[in-house]
Write a protein that binds this ligand. Structure first.
Ligand SMILES: Nc1ncnc2c1ncn2[C@@H]1O[C@H](COP(=O)(O)OP(=O)(O)OP(=O)(O)O)[C@@H](O)[C@H]1O
Ligand SMILES: [Mg+2]
Length: 607
């Protein structure tokens, strides 16, 4: 009864008040705690949004999380897709291990990763997924734990956050909610980080591809350049110089040389065909004995040699660099072959970082071009020989014609001599006959010298009337397809002595340049004059004039501008022909007005 009365007794106002106060305090501290946690989560979120050093940041976040939850340890696991493992990207507290690696699907973390479900365990050891091995290795004893997947908004799971052992009590549902909130933040950041890393890797791959491509382009460019040189070089030594001067810098060699087997010497001694770089001038006179040194070995066996130090190769002969006073560190030497026979070697020296396999490939291509140029040269020499014979055949009628004049004179005078009683007169006739013989001899010598290839020119007496009309006929043909108007004005029509074929070439080269310079039309005038003892050919056009950047060196070989197909040899050949005839060629040009070439050689009629 007393109990009942007691129970039914209304609570005193004081008691009620104190109960309410307690409740209020409890609520207040709960609110405070929540507010504190809320601001901590906010702080973590702010931290995470300012990504710089991701790992340092993740460490800070995990520390903050541990201290907030009064946990002894915290781990952030991430997926190592390549190894199919979870690894501890951040490992705070929890014993002796530097890193934990779990095969996918094992342990609590693996389980959470696989299911995407959070776990809250009062005692980890009671859960079948728990992996006590790690405790054993680390010396840590796991008790209560929270494991939460790092799930990105897309649903992808990037890893797992684990928080271990609350210092007082066990983890609560509230703690779990907090870890989940933080995990969402971490997931968002990590996703960005991963994306960034992926982008960076892709970017790197693109950059690599670009640099590979630009290297390949450079190689192609070089090949194109050298190819152009091969197909156009008039003289082989020019070509080899061009090849070397381009190859050496491209491959980073400080010195380079092309050696050819000396055809004049038996057993294949080598001579320097072209040299660039260190000590170049003094080398050109040096010869190597057959199979001497690395280069000799290459030229003898046809094998390529690529070594970081010359001394590493058994064929290295230290006396060669010593004698030549050059260094021999890195060496790359490839054979030069013509029709499967080795005719020499290309040698590149002293690339500071050593020669690579791709250098070797490029050098092999270049050596191939050198080989082909030698072949082209040989073919050309044979063709020239044939051409020369054909020219002699063609000229023979002309030569016979030329011979006829002195022969008629001789026969006439000998007839006179036979009946001339006056000795003095007879002597005079004899002198005339003698002179004609000399003349005949000179013509014969000239024809024979040309036939033997001792003379570049086949000088003959040519009538300019005939030269002009024949050349004009050819030119008309050439100008048919062009809008350029042609005039040929032979003011001098008499004889002169020159190589007719070569002078025709002069006219064609200059006419073609004018046609090419005036694609939309214009006027080209070719005139022939005799001025004192000179034969003067003039070529005038009203085109755009010479491009100023090359105007002062148009007669140099390989000077070309504004012509994708141009080799830049046309005018250098004109100059060479002028030189061979003991003459000159000059050019005047005004931008927008036109260009005027004057080609002048001695008429050569004195003899
Ligand atoms: N009549 C001209 N008018 C304007 N520019 C000219 C004229 N003739 C020559 N040139 C310039 O001089 C350059 C050199 O001429 P050249 O004949 O030596 O070589 P190319 O014509 O370029 O090549 P190739 O004749 O070997 O095919 C030309 O590229 C061109 O720019
Ligand atoms: Mg030309």
């Amino acid at each position: 009864m007393a109990d009942r009365v007691k129970a039914a007794e209304p609570v005193s106002p004081a008691g009620l008040l104190s109960g309410l106060t307690d409740k209020l305090q409890e609520l207040e501290s709960a609110v405070l705690r929540q507010a504190e946690r809320f601001s901590a989560v906010l702080e973590i979120a702010t931290l995470l949004s300012s990504v710089r050093d991701v790992d340092a940041l993740l460490r800070t976040v995990m520390d903050r999380l541990s201290s907030l939850l009064q946990a002894e340890a915290a781990t952030l696991f991430m997926l190592d897709a390549e190894k199919q493992e979870l690894w501890s990207r951040v490992l705070r507290g929890g014993g002796q291990l530097d890193e934990i690696r779990l095969p996918l699907g094992t342990g609590i973390a693996g389980h959470v990763m696989a299911t995407g479900q959070s776990l809250l365990l009062g005692d980890a050891y009671t859960d079948s997924h728990f992996h006590p091995n790690i405790d054993r290795m680390s010396g840590f004893v796991t008790k209560s734990m929270i494991a939460v997947p790092l799930r990105h908004v897309s649903g992808r799971i990037l890893g797992v956050v684990e928080v271990l052992n609350r210092k007082t009590n066990v983890f609560s549902g509230e703690d779990l909610a907090l870890v989940e909130a933080v995990a969402t933040q971490i997931a968002a950041v990590l996703d960005n980080v991963l994306l960034y890393a992926e982008l960076r890797a892709q970017n790197e791959a693109l950059r690599q591809a670009k640099s590979d491509l630009s290297n390949a382009l450079k190689d192609l460019d070089l090949l194109f350049e050298t190819e152009k040189a091969v197909s156009s070089a008039e003289k082989q030594s020019d070509l080899m110089d061009v090849l070397l001067s381009r190859v050496a810098p491209t491959l980073g060699a400080t010195a380079a040389a092309i050696f050819l087997v000396d055809p004049g010497e038996s057993q294949g001694a080598l001579y320097f065909k072209s040299v660039v770089g260190e000590n170049a001038e003094s080398l050109v006179t040096v010869k190597l004995k057959p199979a001497q040194g690395i280069v000799g070995h290459v030229a003898c066996t046809g094998e390529t040699v690529r070594v970081a130090r010359a001394a590493d190769h058994p064929a290295h002969d230290p006396s060669i660099p010593a004698r030549l006073d050059v260094r021999a560190d890195a060496v790359l030497s490839v054979p030069i072959t013509v029709d499967e026979g080795v005719v020499g070697a290309l040698a590149l020296l002293n690339k500071p970082s050593g020669f690579t396999e791709s250098d070797e490939r490029l050098a092999t291509l270049i050596a191939g071009q050198a080989g082909r140029s030698i072949k082209v040269r040989r073919n050309r020499e044979e063709a020239e020989q044939r051409e020369r014979l054909a020219a002699i055949g063609q000229m023979l009628s002309g030569v016979v014609h030329d011979f006829r004049t002195p022969l008629t004179v001789i026969s006439g005078y000998t007839e006179l001599m036979a009946t001339e009683p006056d000795e003095q007169q007879r002597l005079q006739y004899a002198a005339v006959v003698d002179k004609q013989f000399e003349h005949l001899n000179a013509m014969m010598r000239e024809t024979l010298a040309f036939a033997r290839g001792e003379r570049e020119l086949l000088i003959r007496k040519v009538y300019l009337q005939k030269f002009a009309s024949e050349t004009e006929a050819y030119l008309r043909q050439e100008f048919k397809k062009s809008p350029v108007r042609l005039s040929v004005v032979p003011r001098y029509t008499g004889p002169a002595r020159f190589d007719e074929g070569k002078l025709r070439r002069v006219v064609f080269n200059l006419a073609r340049n004018a046609v090419e310079a005036m694609p939309t039309g214009g006027h080209f005038l070719f005139s022939i004059d005799r001025e004192a003892d000179d034969l003067v050919l003039r070529f005038e056009d009203d085109g755009p004039g010479l491009p100023p950047e090359i105007a002062d060196r148009v007669f140099d070989p390989f000077t070309t501008a504004g012509r994708p197909e141009g080799t830049g040899l046309g005018l250098s050949i004109v100059k060479q022909i002028a030189d061979e005839h003991g003459g000159t060629v000059r050019v005047e040009s005004e931008p927008g007005k036109g260009t005027r070439f004057e080609f002048k050689i001695p008429v050569g009629l004195a003899a």
